[in-house]
Design a protein around this ligand. Sequence first.
Ligand code: SF4
Ligand code: SF4
Ligand code: SF4
Length: 573
Amino acid sequence: MATVIVDGIQVEVPDNATILEAAKLAKKEIPTLCYHPDLPAIGACRICVVEVEGEPLLKTACNTNVRDGMRIRTISPAIREARQTALELILSRHPQKCNECVRNGTCELQALASRIHVGEISFPYRQRPGSPDVSSGAVGRDPSKCVLCRRCVQVCEVIQSVGAIAVQGRGYDAWIDTPFSRALSEVGCVYCGQCVDRCPVGALFEVSHVERVWRALQDPEIHVVVQTAPAVRAAIGEEFGLPPGTLVTGQMVAALRRLGFDKVFDTDFTADLTIMEEGHELIGRLRDGGVLPMLTSCSPGWINFIEHFYPDLLPHLSSCKSPQQMFGALAKTYYAQKAGIDPSKIFVVSVMPCTAKKAEAARPEMKDSGYQDVDAVLTTREAARMMKEAGIDLSKLEPEDYDLPLGVSTGAGVIFGVTGGVMEAALRTVYEVVTGKKLEKIDILPVRGMEGIREAEIELDGLRVRAAVAHGLANARKLMDKIVSGQADYHFIEIMACPGGCLSGGGQPYPTTPEIRQKRAQALYEADRLLPLRKSHENPVIQELYREFLGKPNSHKAHELLHTHYTPKPVYG
Ligand code: SF4
Ligand code: SF4
Ligand code: SF4
């Protein structure tokens, strides 16, 4: 431990702590811009400069370690001048068009400019190079708004191991670009949106589906149904000022109903269905010597990644569609029949924590209902934006229940939103189906937690099933390399593209930090604990769906509607 003095306040910190962390302990919030707690600190923006006694130059607090006896000043005339100059230079390359920007109100640069007042900007405005790009239909870029914090580059390279964007040029004239300045849709980007989540300004954003949803809601001829993904309920409250990890399932349902949706359904229902299909697929592969390890397929960011970077491993993927797409296919077939509605008049909207789901819904093969199965995908942020525009404060509403029949789910469905959740849900069902015995310890703790890669073993009538879980694509890459080199002796692997799983997907409320991730995870486990049914095969509506419509898991009809195929994709398409 080291003893340091921050603005006259003495604190004890680990000797590898940074000045920024020491200041936090002393209850001093040093302003930052390029710093993000998930990423290596690089001190690029120089907003966090401080004075250290005995040092001639200002130090960047985010990447300078403390030493015992260090005396730090976080505010002084020299610090103020340095921060104002740094901010002025940043603002001189940023279009002052806050009213038109999607980040108006959540922009970190706006907040910084409000905290560090610079007055008139003395440098002439020079636009950064590059044109807006929304070619992916999921993640958009507007390089003119970039403040060159490099967070996107770091998350894409370090956490996702994709490297779709990089810094080009040097110094004041540097910019962020794709390889060969190609569109994002042509450079192996997996649309995970982790860069969108880390971007402090509006230079990266989701491609909006808000207007198409308003149009559908205002059309009296159209029956508009909405599904909500598991992770949305643990995060959307943050948009309305509630603390991270506040579970607002019922209030979210009420708010969506007030927005005008004809039916409010739950993606957790088709998460249960995914477990039925995927669990039986795994049992079949274990019994019949199929391709192992089987890889989960519900994260479209992960699907894009394996299609681009490990095409030879595609036969390992489960053929199950994601819960979003299973829902779309059922809404325009099973639900349409049951409700007596012409499927061409049904418009399916998803509320997802995810940017990649927008591209997934638009895939040409996702038309097994005879129509585009999902018509529009709103991120959690976009859904909240619509509610706010309509004057609906979700936090003030009384909880309401989902509609029947596609709104009934179990605890297994809700933990799909957290890393390890799909694995845990699958093992709950596979164990009981294979052994015919009741699973006593329903919480499968070895697959829980935030370790990048976790392992578990489960005994199934004499066969020990080895499972692994990875989240964040750099961790997925490690597991795929093990499979390629023949070192992976697993039967079943769950991969989620985003760190922590969907609860920190690229469409979730700003910001997502390690603490917020933990709180959202706790909320989902709490939702599971509180539900009367916690195993997918016990869902009575799933049982009815098989009786009335699908036959049995992995039946011909189930394959037609609920399963898909994958296509190798070149990195530079
Ligand atoms: S969406 Fe994901 S893969 Fe694409 S640039 Fe952003 S972080 Fe990289
Ligand atoms: S695009 Fe956003 S995250 Fe990337 S460098 Fe620019 S401001 Fe930072
Ligand atoms: S982990 Fe979840 S949020 Fe992230 S890409 Fe996959 S489905 Fe989307």
